[in-house]
Design a protein around this ligand. Structure first.
Ligand SMILES: [Zn+2]
Length: 686
């Protein structure tokens, strides 16, 4: 180290220690960081354990690159497959997922495996202070030295890995992490930071700023964001930038990139209080919902966002990325609608993309999927390949890492803190949280039931406040009781705060009546895009004019689906697109699922009978399901395409002769083959 550098290092170290700044982004309404103090309970605990026994705990089943040292060393390259940054992006997702799951469960094996990567990374910075593998420090230098092409995303994998760093810091704060992150980020070139997904490092930069108060970090983040420009002619790598976040035009771009980049302006808003950034953030999320949201709560992303057709699905990465980004929207704004969206996305799309034993997952997951085999992908991208199959290994590996983040990330945001550090029950599910002065048990079968009891265990009575949310779907009105006495509830879609002196044994009971809703979906529309064929996409079907896409049956935050009986056979074939990857654990198989019963049902009336077995059991991973809804249907003409693809929703369903029948729906996340969107003949059928 040169004397100048040593001086500079000392100068910022003293700046870091002098900044006794609060950890919260200064203009945010809520703050996270309670993960290591939160324990899932009930069905959620059993689901977490199933994940730990499944994909999270068995990297050998996920194959490359998960069966390597992860970030605790240099990950070997596998032939020519993938770009250099891939294996660090993918293993960063996985490290974040297993570390957070480890904290939620108190599972030492998972914690040790995740922390090993964080510790190694901070023990091996470059001479300039860059963290992570050499190929991520400086693309140009790496290319010159190795003679290999690094790709233009060299800074991006650390943006993912930062989330594992944050998880570890939240569990055990260590000043050395803050100083090393400050040095790492300040070594970034703002122009490179402003390009492509490199900008997502703003997440780590502003988190570090919130903890240190070092204004150089805030300046770096603001400058990089202001330098960005949209690239609408490049549909593969169009980018979110101040201009297209602020205007009303539909955006066509890579879905995961959209879901990741949309958080940048909201993070800037939380750190600066500037309306300009908040307007950009709220608007760009609104546009994603307007143009692309699917009824299971995740945007259409296969892999580019290009419309709202329920015939197409989403990449599993986007369930993770969208719900994680929404968490920052929730924290920055305190707007309860973002919490509703997180619940809808995770409680439907996430569980709908993973098998009922958490041992295999889909890359593309669809509302309607009547067949999931090695050649049944009907989405425009990778048409006819393995991407809709439930399997532990996938051609592109990102989703297999990301699936492990979703539930632990959800648990990370179930309990937030308000500006005074007081409890906010933000996302609902069975859990227990420790706020130091109070332990709060959340006893509930939610989302299978709308009754929730919070039980306070308090050492010394204390004046405090408890914030809860009334979900936007609860139009029937919530009931709220404090120690059995009714209090007036908040309106649907609002947070409310109960301020009082809390004593041991206090209870707060919430009751959100769950009525069955028949949601008619809006017309199909498409975002124009160019060069479709260049990316192996089939051109989209013609838009339906002035007709709804079908009807979805909902109750509370859950979508209900018809579980099509499936013939399930192991797929032992070695597919060429798998680049030699296969599960090294015989208990983790690839499946071919073919329909073993009728699926040609249309809703005959908007009438429903709800039944519940009274026990949420293993939640989504349970047969019989925790809640069932019976609906009347008629059979229509609706068949597989080429005997291997799920058909599109018929625009004008043709009802077959025969009587009305009743079928039983289960939570969407419990059905592997399913009808999630029904053709609706309730108004046309005799
Ligand atoms: Zn993915």
């Amino acid at each position: 180290m040169t004397p100048e550098k040593a001086k500079a290092t000392l100068a910022f170290l003293s700046m870091v220690s002098a900044a006794a700044c609060c950890a919260m982004a200064p203009f945010a309404k809520f703050e996270d960081g309670m993960l290591s103090k939160t324990r899932p309970a009930g069905w959620l605990l059993r689901a977490c354990r199933m994940q730990a026994d499944g994909l999270a705990g068995h990297p050998e089943a996920l194959s490359y690159p998960y069966n390597t040292c992860l970030w605790a060393g240099t990950i070997p390259r596998m032939g020519v497959h993938g770009q250099d940054w891939w294996r660090y992006e993918q293993t960063a997702y996985y490290t974040d997922g297993i570390l957070r799951l480890g904290y939620a469960l108190g599972d030492k094996t998972l914690i040790d495996r995740g922390e090993a990567g964080v510790d190694y990374t901070f023990d091996h910075p470059s001479a300039d202070g860059f963290l992570g593998n050499e190929c991520l420090w400086n693309m140009k230098r790496f290319e010159q030295k190795s003679g290999k092409r690094a790709g233009g995303f060299d800074m991006w994998p650390f943006a993912v890995f930062f989330r594992a760093v944050k998880a570890k810091y939240d569990a055990s704060p260590d000043e050395r992490i803050l100083s090393a992150l400050t040095r790492h980020f300040l070594a970034h070139d703002k122009k490179r930071l402003s390009t492509k997904r490199n900008i997502i490092n703003v997440e780590g930069i502003l988190w570090t700023y919130s903890h240190t108060g070092d204004k150089r970090l805030l300046e770096l983040a603001e400058q990089a964001w202001r330098m960005r420009k949209p690239r609408p002619k490049n549909i593969e790598w169009n980018e979110l930038a101040p201009a297209n976040c602020a205007n009303d035009e539909a955006i066509c771009m890579h879905g995961a990139t959209y879901c990741e980049e949309m958080k940048v302006p909201v993070l800037l808003a939380a750190c600066t209080g500037k309306k300009e950034y908040l307007d950009q953030a709220v608007n760009v999320e609104r546009k994603l919902v307007r143009d692309n949201i699917l009824p299971d709560g995740c945007p259409e992303t296969t892999e580019r966002v290009r419309g709202n057709s329920v015939y197409w699905g989403h990449e599993t990465c986007d369930v993770s990325d969208y719900s994680w980004s929404l968490g920052y929207f929730l924290e920055a704004t305190g707007d309860a609608s973002y919490a509703d969206k997180i619940e809808r996305c995770v409680y439907n799309a996430a569980f709908g993309a993973v098998a009922d034993d958490f041992r295999s997952l889909q890359y593309f997951s669809n509302l309607n999927q009547f067949i999931c085999t090695s050649d049944s992908d009907h989405n425009p991208f990778k048409y006819g390949l393995t991407w809709m199959q439930y399997r532990p290994t996938h051609e592109t590996e990102c989703c297999a890492g990301q699936i492990n983040r979703i539930v632990p990330n959800f648990i990370s945001r179930m309990w937030l803190k308000d500006a005074e550090g007081r409890p906010v029950a933000a996302l609902y599910g069975p859990s227990k949280v420790d706020f130091g002065w109070a332990e709060i048990s959340e006893e509930t079968r939610y989302p299978f039931d709308g009754k929730i009891t919070f039980r306070f265990s308090v050492k010394e009575p204390r004046e405090s406040a408890f914030t809860y949310r009334v979900p936007g779907w609860c139009k029937a009105g919530a009931s709220v009781k404090v120690n059995g006495e009714s209090v007036s509830p908040a309106a649907p879609g609002e947070f409310a705060t109960i301020a009082r002196k809390f004593s041991d044994g206090d209870t707060i009971e919430l009751d959100f009546p769950m009525e069955v809703r028949f949601e008619e979906l809006p017309c199909r529309h498409l975002v124009e895009f160019r060069d479709a064929d260049k990316f192996g996409m089939k051109r989209p079907a013609e838009a339906f004019a002035d007709s709804s896409q079908g009807t979805v049956v909902c109750r509370g935050p859950l979508v209900f689906a018809y579980p099509i009986p499936a013939e399930r056979t192991e797929d032992k074939a070695v597919h060429a697109n798998m680049n030699g990857k296969k599960s090294a654990n015989p208990d983790f198989k690839c499946w071919n699922l073919r329909p073993a019963g009728p699926f040609n049902y249309a809703l005959a009336a908007h009438a429903a009978v709800v039944s519940s077995d009274g026990d949420a059991g293993d939640g989504f991973f349970k047969n019989p399901a925790a809640v069932k809804i019976r609906v009347p249907v008629r059979r229509i003409k609706w068949e597989l395409v080429e005997n291997r693809f799920t058909p599109d929703i018929p625009e004008k369903p043709v009802v077959l002769p025969g009587k009305e029948e009743t079928i039983e729906l289960v939570p969407y996340g419990s059905a592997m083959l399913r009808i999630g969107v029904f053709p609706d003949v309730s108004k046309t059928s005799p």
